[in-house]
Design a binder for this molecule. Structure first.
Ligand SMILES: Nc1ncnc2c1ncn2[C@@H]1O[C@H](COP(=O)(O)OP(=O)(O)OP(=O)(O)O)[C@@H](O)[C@H]1O
Ligand SMILES: [Mg+2]
Length: 317
């Protein structure tokens, strides 16, 4: 099979995830290239290793740039720490006031607390950057490359983590509100309440988008090996826990050549895993990608990958 449904006009966000080294970046970049032939597309990397630059052979950075050799593809590598420090700078006063009005901490304690990260906040800031792009609406498709499994899951679970943090903060605020109301008779919503409310809205926006099957697709990438299959099984279960359902899966590095005894042995070794994949992931459309003789780097080899992702059905007997 080939990847399908990505051209649906409702579908905005396509996220690639999976075990380390299975080909997420290569597939994300090739997909973005393919989509950019018909749609204005933004390729977003949330991987701190920033391998999108290496894959494209072009330096991409923290600002959107046009991808050389394409007409409608742009790319950006989101740096979570940058996004987080921008958030802290922008909301320093609200964060300080939240702590100062809600606890008995002194200034030194407050500064220490502020320097600690709120759980999931760097991932949420990466996601907020993605959702801001989508809401700005300058592009028709947004393709996201993630770091290995744990990171994709942290990214996906970040709204839940932040939500838990907001609940604690809101509870502290309630106590403060109660105190003020008891002394002054009334309470006027301040900038901290507005800030918490806007964080809450961000969480909701992200959750709504992730769980909207028409708008968002998660595409796991796997290889025909035992560990990758187990990790993908866990990833899919975790995704379901977040109400996110994958429809198709890419199986990369499939041996087709029988030119030498090494190739034949590898191909034979993969057979049982391909069988397992068909059984375990029977609900998903599988898209098989052959093992290439060379690494996938630069537009020419990406075109070959794109061909297998979108045009040619690999014929496995
Ligand atoms: N089908 C293939 N045939 C040959 N080489 C491949 C194939 N797919 C990917 N590669 C190569 O394998 C290496 C890893 O691929 P890639 O960077 O896409 O994986 P990844 O899952 O993004 O890795 P990471 O988990 O480190 O982010 C790269 O050098 C890439 O060129
Ligand atoms: Mg990668």
């Amino acid at each position: 099979m080939t990847l399908s449904g990505l051209e649906n006009s409702d579908l905005k966000l396509i996220i690639f995830g999976g075990k380390g080294g299975v080909g997420k970046t290569s597939c994300a970049v090739a997909t973005a290239l393919a989509l950019s032939e018909s749609f204005k597309t933004l390729l977003i990397s949330t991987d701190p290793a920033h391998s999108v630059s290496d894959c494209l052979g072009q330096q991409i950075g923290y600002h959107v740039v046009k991808v050389d050799g394409t007409t409608s593809l742009s790319a950006i590598e989101i740096i979570a720490e940058e996004a987080l420090s921008a958030f802290k700078v922008a909301h320093q006063s609200e964060l300080e006031k939240l702590l100062a009005t809600s606890t008995n901490l002194d200034n030194a304690d407050i500064n220490e607390l502020l320097s600690l990260s709120i759980p999931g906040i760097d991932e949420i800031m990466s996601f907020k950057a993605i959702i801001d792009f989508i809401e700005e609406g300058q592009y028709e498709k947004y393709v996201v490359d993630t770091a290995p499994t744990g990171h994709a899951l942290r990214l996906i679970s970040s709204p839940r983590m932040l939500d838990a943090w907001i609940k604690v903060a809101a509870k502290m605020r309630w106590k403060y509100r109660y105190l003020i109301t008891s002394f002054a008779g009334s309470y006027k919503q301040d900038e901290v309440d507005t800030f918490l409310l806007s964080l809450k809205k961000t969480v909701k926006r992200i959750e709504n988008l992730l769980q909207d099957k028409a708008k968002c697709n998660f595409i796991p990438v796997c290889i025909p090996e035992a560990m990758a299959i187990s990790e993908t099984t866990r990833l899919l279960a975790d995704l379901e826990d977040f109400n996110i359902k994958a429809r198709q899966i890419i199986i990369n590095h499939v041996m087709v050549s029988e030119d030498c005894s090494f190739c034949m042995r590898r191909k034979a070794g993969q057979a049982k895993y391909l069988q397992q994949i068909n059984e375990i992931f029977s609900e998903l459309n599988t898209v098989e990608i052959p093992e290439f003789a060379e690494e996938i780097q630069g537009l020419e080899s990406l075109k070959e990958l794109k061909y297998f992702l979108f045009e040619n059905q690999l014929n496995l007997e």
